[in-house]
Design a protein around this ligand. Structure first.
Ligand code: ZN
Length: 78
């Protein structure tokens, strides 16, 4: 005879997450994958770690384009 406890799927606390870059199991509390050295976020419901947005890369990219634009402006239009 089935009781209520058999029907309810017991929530097992996750002890590891999967790196979204190299699919290696890593501990939940690490922020940088020890295998591929990429930043990883919190674990989602599938046990995968979420990707962190790398804001510094966006800022560096923006500044590089800005510098290029200013260089062209001063080199050719002044
Ligand atoms: Zn990795």
């Amino acid at each position: 005879m089935k009781t209520q406890d058999d029907i309810i799927i017991k929530k097992v606390p996750q002890v590891s997450k999967k790196c979204p870059n190299c699919y290696v199991h890593i501990p939940l509390n690490v922020e940088i994958c020890p295998w591929c050295k990429k930043r990883v976020g919190m674990v989602d419901k599938h046990g995968m770690a979420t990707r962190r947005v790398d804001w510094m890369s966006y800022i560096i990219c923006f500044l590089a384009w800005l510098a290029l634009g200013l260089y062209i402006k001063f080199a050719f239009f002044s």
